[in-house]
Design a protein around this ligand. Structure first.
Ligand code: SF4
Length: 310
């Protein structure tokens, strides 16, 4: 992803994950998307069935390589990525489905299998807040001592009508409890929010962002709602446009960045559903244009992340 160069400025416009990883590891560091064979309690009937309505068949891990053997999955991903970035370091990103939804002995085996590869410099683990019991916290704390670790929580919205609409199947206090546990254990975590859910106003989304920023997060992911083929949302909202245009979306993301404190790491500002599965918005695959548009707009405004966060 080439972002136009805004580095001559006095300060970074956005506190990005790529800059953070480069500072931490001294060189380009890339996430390897792994489908480690987990499922999700929102699919198997434990918490719900059918999954969140925006979730793809791959459990929101469309770029992930899958397999029971983590070493092979890592090899496969590095083979794909090393052509473009031959000298990169790597984070093993357990992305698809719910990556703490298994007995701790199985989790331990999979995470350590990834860490045993000398090319892996850290772990990122995506999960649900209702799958972080005390035994999982103990394991994460252990990993946190020996590697660069972060956990990702799919919250998407703080508003109950929206969480019901998306079939998230847990309440906000469950997030609050998990966030506190992770924060008190010194484990970095990143919260996902979706921008453009049907029925949500701009003010609703601003409220979600403000709430998350005060929940102890290390990072935040802002996902543009994508309607993708084979998701449940596609059956009912295939024509739905979450934002009128790229510019409309860019303007709103800049408004949000201005209120997000500058110490919170921005992991995502748009979406990246593969073009072949994308239904709406049709311009969403233009990731580079969207990201460049965000940098240009902040620059045009003379603003930056956190400039209105107090
Ligand atoms: S919790 Fe995550 S993996 Fe499970 S259905 Fe929702 S988005 Fe998909």
């Amino acid at each position: 992803m080439i972002i136009e160069n805004f580095k001559g400025l006095d300060r970074p416009l956005i506190n990005t994950i790529s800059d953070n990883l480069k500072k931490e590891f001294g060189q380009k560091t890339i996430k390897l998307s792994i489908d480690a064979g987990f499922t999700c309690p929102n699919r198997d009937g434990n918490k719900g069935v059918g999954g969140c309505i925006f979730c793809s068949e791959s459990g929101s891990g469309d770029m992930a390589s899958s397999g029971d053997n983590i070493a092979e999955v890592i090899d496969k991903q590095i083979e794909i990525l090393s052509e473009k970035w031959p000298n990169a370091k790597y984070i093993a990103y357990f992305q698809s489905h719910t990556n703490t939804y298994a007995p701790v002995s199985i989790l331990r085996k999979k995470y350590y299998e990834a860490l045993s590869d000398p090319r892996i410099s850290g772990l990122a683990i995506a999960t649900r807040p209702d799958c972080i019991g005390d035994d999982v916290i103990d394991l994460l704390s252990e990993l946190n001592k020996r590697t660069f670790l972060w956990v990702e929580l799919g919250l998407q919205t703080i508003h109950p009508p929206s969480s019901e609409f998306i079939n998230r199947c847990y309440d906000l206090d469950v997030y609050e409890e998990a966030a506190q546990k992770l924060h008190h254990s010194g484990i970095k975590f990143v919260t996902h929010l979706i921008l453009g859910l049907p029925g949500e106003s701009r003010e609703d989304m601003v409220e979600s962002v403000r709430y998350v920023c005060q929940s102890g997060v290390w990072g935040i992911k802002l996902h543009l709602l994508n309607i993708t083929k084979n998701s449940r949302l596609a059956a009912t909202h295939s024509d739905y446009m979450p934002f009128d245009s790229v510019d409309d979306y860019v303007q709103f993301v800049c408004d949000l960045l201005e209120i997000i404190p500058s110490d919170i790491v921005i992991h995502r500002m748009t979406a990246d559903a593969p073009r072949k599965t994308l239904i709406s918005p049709p311009w969403s695959y233009k990731k580079r244009s969207i990201l460049n548009g965000i940098y240009h707009e902040l620059s045009r405004r003379g603003s930056f992340q956190g400039c209105k966060s107090n």
